[in-house]
Design a protein around this ligand. Structure first.
Ligand code: SAH
Length: 233
């Protein structure tokens, strides 16, 4: 089966380094998103940024899988670090994703739980192995952990602590969980790579603006190396 690899970012800045690397691609407009398609070593790569948030990224991921027939999904972008040891520029691989803003506890459900779904959705083991292999080859101290997603930019110490306490999350962002839900429901292997842009604390917006480009391009570079491994397999 031909490999069709979807690379998704949330913001333009997150995919620009990837487009600059591949240089030549076909441009397809769909659902007010632009999809960039190219042939690479007998495989097809489709790249897009979804716009921020879980709904936009769910649409882009669904389009990648159901329209473009992607059989791998990789997200590349930036995130807020929740753990002490996660510094700006570090790369984190999500072991699982959750939606910290889902709350139907009024009916006795656990925080983050939706009936017929799960609180935590695991990422794909083989793709994660490829990420670990890339990290090893490039001497990158790859971090792992739960990533929590929600439709807010977290820049508040109390909210940050609440997410850590309730979800044991290592990083926070706004799209990973929707990519996880869509990919897992469609039975497509996916993984989420994020480089830290801020610490989701009271200073996070300043840090984000300062480090977005640098961290986005670190993540992008890492994902390009993963693609090289995938197409070789
Ligand atoms: N500056 C942008 C908005 C960025 S929102 C603008 O004005 O348009 C933050 C984006 O980076 C989201 O896509 C999210 O996935 C990620 N992110 C990075 N740090 C985050 C944090 N502390 N909380 C939530 N999302 C964060």
């Amino acid at each position: 089966m031909k490999k069709i690899i979807a690379i998704i970012g949330a913001m333009k800045e997150e995919i620009t380094p990837i487009l600059e690397y591949f240089k030549k691609y076909e441009t397809i407009s769909l659902g007010e998103n632009t999809y960039y398609k190219l042939e690479y070593q007998n495989s097809i790569i489709i790249i897009a940024y979804s716009k921020i948030g879980k709904i936009h990224s769910a649409l882009t991921c669904s389009t990648m899988i159901l329209h473009f027939n992607a059989n791998y999904v990789i997200f590349s972008g930036v995130a807020g670090g929740l753990r002490e040891d996660l510094k700006v520029g570090d790369i984190i691989l999500a072991t699982s994703l959750c939606q910290y803003d889902v709350d139907i506890t009024a009916f006795g459900h656990k925080l983050g739980f939706i009936p017929e779904s799960k609180i935590y959705i695991n990422t794909n083991e083989s793709l994660n192995c490829i990420a670990k292999k890339v990290a090893k080859k490039q001497n990158i101290n790859l971090k792992y952990g739960i990533i929590a997603s929600g439709d807010s930019f977290v820049f508040d110490n109390a909210k940050k602590q609440w997410i850590i306490d309730n979800f044991n999350a290592s990083a926070v962002e706004m799209e990973g969980a929707s990519i996880a839900v869509v990919s897992s429901l469609c039975d497509i292997p996916f993984c989420i790579i994020r480089s830290i842009s801020d610490s989701a604390d009271n200073n996070a917006n300043i840090s984000f603006d300062e480090f977005l480009l640098e961290s986005a391009s670190r993540s992008a570079k890492f994902v390009i190396s993963m693609v090289d491994e995938i197409v070789k397999e």
